[in-house]
Design a protein. Sequence first.
Length: 309
Amino acid sequence: MRFRQAMDRALYGPDGFFRRSGPGPAGHFRTSVHASPLFAEALAVLVTRLDAALGEPDPFDLVDVGAGRGELLTGLLAALPPAITKRVRAIGVELAPRPADLSPGIAWTADLPTGVVGLLVATEWLDNVPLEIVEVDADGAVRYLDERLQLADPIEPADAAWLARWWPLDPTATGARAEIGAPRDAAWQTAVGAVARGLALAVDYGHVAGQRPLFGSLTAFRAGREVDPVTDGSCDLTCGVALDSLAQAVPMRQFAALKALGVDGGRPPIALAATDPAGYVRALARAGAAAELTEPEGLGGHWWIFHWV
């Protein structure tokens, strides 16, 4: 079995990682959504601006693709002004069953809606789209890897064409790997196509041409720790996004995007500690959370991929 099929089964099959009961992704890895409510608050600012630009549509669609356990939608609805909240149609798109404690105001579906007017957001979804992984063998040929990450069949023409365009491999670099991003490109275009008017936004980690990892980017997480990738459904399998292959995408680093939306990791003035000690502590905690979200070598180094419709 090739790796893409095994990855799909491991993540999204009947007993797959994302279908299992329990805490969901938050119990295994930390994303911006889980790091701080400031992330949802920043997106609420974006939604407010988008709502005005769209002429205050009723309803305003708020779609979260790869919604986990609904954490982002819950945070967004809490952060939005009431005048917008009352017009919001919130939809979580997720294969896992609807969380028992999810607000009844949030719809839950396994299928991508169509005709979206508003915001479609996907945070760390694209890195989980199942992909083929290929490797240069000892003879300089490019071959697929199987479910055990062992060399398998020679690469097929369509995948070879994608590789030549976006991630060319040196035939003399035995063991060099690449991830064929065509299925991810198609998934993103399908998501963008669901938006009739508004914005499709993906937030993820990844790389661009000239900065591709020599041995690929496949990794895995289980219970908060990075582990060796296996395809038995016990762990998250994730690959960095080849950002430049996403057609018409306009990428921006998260630290810059959040700063534009009012998230500032700067420390509060020390003088505040004397006049309002409790306020200083709250401001310091907020600054610490903002610093985590905007750290360029951490979450702040993630990319925001905008597609305006």
